[in-house]
Every structure is written in structure tokens, then in C-alpha cells.
Design a protein around this ligand. Structure first.
Ligand SMILES: Cc1ncc(COP(=O)(O)O)c(C=O)c1O
Length: 337
């Protein structure tokens, strides 16, 4: 099975790094609880992000941090403000915490592209005095970045916490980290699942101002990250050069897929700054394209009802040979009519 459905990193750690991880695992005190403050991991993250370790909160994947944010700032009297479509866990945890969701819709732009509902988000932020705003940049699954000028206006006009989810930062190369010290309501969410290929070990992190950090730290379970995950993440964070070379290959793969998909008849593909591309088919329902690809052992992601898109498909950039195989199978499937 060629797996291009979950925006994962297709590259495993190199052999030398696997040996280090093996040795680390062999010597681990499995019988002892982890360090509650996971200080080594936070130092490694601090060095990577250039943000103080004491303001970095790590979680069991960034999913757990989204839950903590909604426990801290959500609830029946609050609002979770976001757009549709976006990463599904914001509304999932809004439901779980009884937080009503205010979800603005993307619109079709004049040039056939996508219009982000900036005005509506701004209005919702000003109308609600309690809640939290989730923005995803680049957005999953549409792939575009949030406008920095608009974000600054939003941060200035609302006191609600604004979470910018930069899960795909390493593929876009764009961050709003430099605004962190300036705005007390800005929170940046990141993950090691994508760029550092650690989806299986579950390590996400959050960069925040002191008041947010304290609030979340009070809610966090003390041993939310396993000893192994925290240690392995610190080791992988040292292998920056290797991962940088992976990001370059993945970005080339995304551009290659974009070019080739744009050439195929009857296909609309949306440009992306993540490691994935959203596309739609005209002549055959997306769900059928998805099923036929699955029969050919190529797994991508399909939505039946993706906000204003209706049906849509998303493919993650894989290794070169995986991208080529996906394209040749897709070409065959579309020819079948
Ligand atoms: C935008 C976004 N944020 C967060 C996550 C979750 O990452 P993690 O694996 O750290 O829970 C994903 C995973 O797909 C994502 O797309």
C-alpha cells in the first residue's frame, strides 16, 4: 500500500540515528516515571525554536494541546471560532468540551481560487468576549497561509487567545514566531509528527506567553509524554541537517505533484505550502476516484462533504517513486471514465 493519506513524513530516520534510538531504548529506565518537566525535550525545542524553554509546553501530539486549550478557554459560555474546512480536531474537542463552535466558511474567489473569511472571523472575534480562535497556517487541507497583516489586526482588535497552528511550518518556511513577544494573546502550536517524522511517537508543542503557559500547565497531566517519546524527540531534533534535506525533497515532491496534477484534464488542484495538495475531479466523483485508487493500493484522503467543496481529495507528498506511482494510477483511473 502506498500511504499518502495522513500528511506524514515519508522518510524514516537514517540508520545511524536508528542505532542511537535503539541504544537509548536499551538503557531506558522503563520502570521509572518520566521527568514531569521533560526538561531535556524542552531545552531541545527551545534551541530549535529560539523561545524560552519555560514557555514551551509539550503534549502527547498537538492533538492533546488542542484539548488542553479548549479545556482552558472553552466551555458552554465560550465560543470556539474557526473556519471550515480546517483541521478537524478543533471542532472535535470543541464538542468534547461542550464549547459551541462558530465556523466561518471559505468562499470561491473571483479567479476560481479560495477566499478566506477574514472579515467574518474578525467580526466574530469582536462579538464574543469569551472563547478561543483557531487559525491554521498553512491550512489543512486547503494549503494556503494566513495573511500576516490581517493576523496582526486581529491580534490588536481582540483579547481572545488566537492559536496559530503551524503544524506544517517547516514545509512553508513561514512563521509568526516573531509576533509572540509582542502579543499576549498569540499562541503557536507545532508538532514533530510532520517535519520530524514522529507521528508514531506523539510529540506536539506549544509556544506561548507566560499567562497561557501557566493556565495550561495546571491542566496538563504530569506524565503526558512517555520517557521514550521525550528522549527520542530530543535525539531527532539534533539531526537538523538530515531533516532539512528531507523537507527539501518533500517540497520538490509537492511542486512536482502540483505541476503534474495541473496538467491532467478535468482536475482542479489548489496550490499548497504544506506537504499535501487538495484537488477535485470533474468527470468522475471524487469518492469513486478514491475507491479505485484504494483498489490499486494507493491510499489518499477523501471527503464526501467538505464544507463548500462538497467532495474533495487530498494527497500527501511522498517519496519520488510513490508520487510517480500515484500519478500513473490516477491517470489510469481517470481514463476509465
Ligand atoms: C493542522 C494540524 N494540526 C495538528 C495536527 C496533529 O498533529 P499531532 O500528530 O501532533 O497530534 C495535524 C495532523 O494532521 C494537523 O494537520
Amino acid at each position: 500500500m502506498i500511504k499518502l493519506d495522513a500528511n506524514e513524513n515519508p522518510y524514516r530516520p537514517p540508520e545511524a540515528l536508528c542505532c542511537r534510538l535503539g541504544e537509548f531504548s536499551r538503557q531506558l529506565d522503563y520502570n521509572r516515571y518520566p521527568d514531569k518537566t521533560y526538561s531535556d525535550l524542552r531545552l531541545a525545542l527551545s534551541e530549535y525554536c529560539d523561545w524560552p524553554a519555560e514557555l514551551i509546553l509539550a503534549g502527547n501530539g498537538s492533538d492533546e494541546l488542542i484539548l488542553l486549550l479548549l479545556l482552558a478557554y472553552g466551555g458552554p459560555a465560550s465560543r470556539m471560532i474557526t473556519v471550515q474546512p480546517t483541521f478537524t480536531m478543533y471542532s472535535h474537542y470543541a464538542r468534547a468540551t461542550g464549547t459551541p463552535a462558530v465556523e466561518m466558511l471559505y468562499r470561491r474567489g473571483e479567479n476560481g481560487g479560495l477566499d478566506y473569511p477574514e472579515q467574518e472571523i474578525m467580526a466574530a472575534a469582536r462579538e464574543n468576549c469569551s472563547g478561543i480562535i483557531f487559525l491554521c497556517s498553512p491550512n489543512n487541507p486547503t494549503g494556503e497561509l494566513r495573511s500576516r497583516d490581517w493576523l496582526v489586526k486581529l491580534l490588536e482588535r481582540t483579547e481572545l487567545p488566537v492559536v496559530v497552528d503551524e503544524a506544517y511550518y517547516e514545509f512553508s518556511g513561514e512563521t509568526v514566531m516573531d509576533l509572540l513577544g509582542k502579543y499576549d494573546n498569540l499562541i503557536i502550536l507545532r508538532t514533530l509528527s510532520k517535519a520530524f517524522g514522529l507521528a508514531g511517537l506523539r510529540v506536539g508543542y506549544l509556544l506561548s506567553p507566560p499567562a497561557v503557559y501557566q493556565k495550561l500547565e495546571e491542566l496538563r497531566s504530569p506524565y503526558n509524554i512517555s520517557r521514550y517519546s521525550a528522549g527520542a524527540a530530543s535525539i531527532l531534533l539534533e539531526a537538523r541537517e538530515y531533516y532539512q534535506s528531507c523537507w527539501e525533497k518533500i517540497k520538490c515532491g509537492r511542486e512536482f505533484l502540483y505541476r503534474e496534477l495541473s496538467r491532467l484534464q478535468g482536475l482542479t488542484v489548489y496550490p499548497s505550502r504544506g506537504n499535501y495538495l487538495l484537488f477535485q475531479t470533474e468527470d468522475k466523483p471524487e469518492i469513486e476516484v478514491y475507491q479505485s485508487l484504494l483498489e490499486r493500493e494507493v491510499k489518499i484522503r477523501c471527503w464526501d462533504d467538505l464544507a463548500f467543496f462538497g467532495q474533495a481529495l487530498r494527497v500527501s507528498a511522498g517519496r519520488r517513486e510513490e508520487n510517480e506511482l500515484f500519478l500513473s494510477e490516477l491517470t489510469e483511473v481517470l481514463k476509465e471514465g
